[in-house]
Design a protein around this ligand. Sequence first.
Ligand code: NAP
Length: 532
Amino acid sequence: MRTLSSYLVGSWQQQQPGANDRRTVLVNPATEEPLAEVGRAAELGRAVAYGRDVGGPALRAMSIRDRGELLQKLAKKLHERREELIEVAIKSGGNTRGDAKFDIDGATGVLAAYARLARDLGDGPWVIEDEAAPIMRTSKIRVQHVLLPRRGVAVHINAFNFPAWGMIGKAAVAWLAGVPVLSKPATSTSMLAHRIAEIIVESGLVPEGGFQLLMGSAGDLLDHLGPQDVVAFTGSARVGAIIRGHKNLVANNTRVNIEADSLNAVVLGPDVEEGSELFDLVIRDCAVEITQKAGQKCTATRRILVPLARLEEVREALVERLNDLAERAGNPASKGVRVGPLATAQQLQDARAGVAQLLADDGVSIVRGDPQRAEFTDIPGGKGYCFDPVLLEATAERAADPKASVHAVEVFGPVSTLLPYDGSVAQAAELISYGGGSLVSTVYSDDRKFTAAAIAALGPFLGRLVIADEKHAGGSFSPGCVFPQGNHGGPGRAGSGEELGGLGGLRLYLQRTAIQGGAGQLARIFGKKQDK
Ligand code: NAP
């Protein structure tokens, strides 16, 4: 069986002697057919030093414009290999073709967006953040903030659900900032990340040391990081907490960004009536967010807030839509399958346990789906990790209980819960806040007062808020679509991190330094604004 090795210190690593016993076998999650194995890399301190000493200077020697061109060329390279990458994602990640495109096109989309942004950042060794500000009304002394590439390595630890977007979305931003990348994909779906890494290395576009890939466990990687390095982590709140509290990272105040769990909730405004385009959009979006990537999205909708008076019609329409999709759940390699399996046996076990936990609360019941379903399209013999889409419903009393499991347990699968509320912004905000901080919500309403009040009341608990109305229903995107122009991350439980969002995303990798000096001198050094 093929072993997928790490790319460290300028070469693909051979397996360490005796590492066999620690190998992980990757399987096709629809059929359990073994695909490849992943070993464990060693000497990670050398890799960190190599990134810092070789990759960092090489990237900083390029102008911002050149780094932007590098991103553009990489986007093109990956796009040229799109079909091949889709095949890998279907086989190794349980992705339907649509799921795979979402991940892979998302990756090239971030590269292209940051390539465009590069054109607005000037061509100096720094990015000028703002206009110079006088420190006193009468003084000629000014303060100007500039952003400078950190002299360390960007360590990227990614979750299993987006092997392409997770890896490339982070790397694009670090490269544009001028910081070398050491990327560690989640092991279970790392076959796609590995193939992308091979394409990056073959392309020769990223300078020596600017990109390294660590397959398998993170080992002692974090022990080698220092004050100029950056860790960007995406994954569970549990592992996020381990990383945040890592002794060496704490001792060095290493910059750490955490993107973790989220109990995203959408809100149906009281004005949205059955039969309207906006009502149909709610149903369409919810169905997409429950079933896309088999619900394994950090941005998936877990809680659906519906005014009590509309509950029956929403339930009926959503169940009908989910029934249709559930019939087409199965092997994503088969034509017509719309919902693929979960990524691993462990995810399947966790999803079943998670639904049981939600159901353990009084007043919560299943309105569609069978967590024990074993028959799925084109999967013989009960193999694979498919999970029937499940819709739950809570009573109004349970929905309003801050201790209810629905506000605490993230079931990482095609599972969501209908939560009746009284139709007020105040109660919607309260229910959303019980989730402890989320990545995203959508508010569906044509009532501008309701929407404006919702922005003010819900916003502090969210990293992103989509507002959807009848007029834009046709061109709207469901909440789980993350665009590189918008902030990705959320407060509290969601990790308190910030990624992407244009220039905001670059700040993670740049040191913001206030340059204080005479107005004339600052103007001569920085110009009023850098040339475009
Ligand atoms: P996970 O189990 O926390 O693993 C995430 C990553 O951390 C993997 O690469 C994993 O490596 C690595 N890891 C595990 N233990 C580690 C340690 N002690 N030190 C350093 N690295 C360690 O999460 P997952 O199961 O892959 O992903 C699902 C979770 O991610 C969900 O909860 C989801 O909500 C969240 N997520 C959040 C976002 C977001 O943007 N907020 C996006 C996607 C997913 P191995 O795979 O080798 O164990």
